[in-house]
Design a protein around this ligand. Structure first.
Ligand SMILES: O=C[C@H](O)[C@H](O)[C@H](O)COP(=O)(O)O
Length: 223
């Protein structure tokens, strides 16, 4: 199976988790894109989608799927029963690294607003310890030097993602050299770095369910 076929297989496996007629949180990235396309192809009608990026919102709209802002969703008084999104790394506890596509902040917000986070990924994303994939951190532009210095002091190797601006108008530092043995504690530590908006560790709000595809099929992992 090609990498793309593995993504399509796991995106398809997420469809039964969608609650028809309810709101749906939708993530960002190539796996999430397949999920959006399949959602439309299978004509699964949701009350509206809350997208974690402008790119996903545009893709949803291109299929005629109604997109709501998170504020509109909350004002409606409806719950968001499920959020479906990809990941860059998954550990055995379903802690994640996300943000390879730069959408980490909105992803964390939509995940926090949703009842159940269903993570979809192919088996290459599974690791024993998070940190092989450089950890994305969204940074307020004027704090770039300060945050880089602090991350270096913490043992990381931060690198500016050249030519990239997030949907929120900020920058991304990709931090290599980390071995994240206590993801929740490290997420909290990073949250305290002044000048950062969000870090790409999803540990305090990790995935509830992970669907992982391999040539042998799709496995379902629970936190
Ligand atoms: O910002 C991007 C997201 O966190 C993606 O979910 C993550 O990078 C995985 O993307 P892909 O499905 O393209 O590997």
């Amino acid at each position: 199976m090609t990498a793309d076929e593995l993504k399509i297989a796991v995106a398809r496996a997420a469809l039964p988790h969608v609650v028809p007629g309810e709101l749906l949180g939708v993530g960002t990235g190539s796996t999430a894109n397949h999920f959006i396309d399949l959602l439309a192809a299978e004509k699964i009608a949701v009350a509206g989608a809350i997208a974690s990026s402008e790119a996903s919102a545009a893709r949803l709209r291109s299929h005629g799927i109604p997109v709501l802002s998170l504020d509109e969703a909350i004002a409606s008084g409806r719950r968001i029963p499920v959020y479906v999104d990809g990941a860059d790394e998954i550990d055995p506890g379903l802690n994640l690294i996300k943000g390879g596509g730069g959408a980490l902040t909105r992803e964390k917000i939509v995940a926090a607003a949703s009842d159940c986070f269903v993570c979809i990924a192919d088996h290459s994303k599974c690791v024993e310890v998070l940190g092989r994939f450089p950890l994305p951190i969204e940074v307020i532009p004027m704090a770039l030097g300060l945050v880089s210095r602090e991350l270096t002091r913490m043992g990381g190797i931060p690198k500016l993602r050249e030519g990239f601006v997030t949907d929120n108008g900020n920058l991304i530092l990709d931090v290599a050299g980390l071995k994240i043995t206590d993801p929740a504690a490290f997420e909290t530590e990073l949250d305290h770095l002044t000048g950062t908006v969000t870090n790409g560790l999803f540990a305090r709000r990790r995935a509830d369910v992970a669907l992982v595809s391999s040539p042998d099929g799709v496995r379902t992992l629970h936190a």
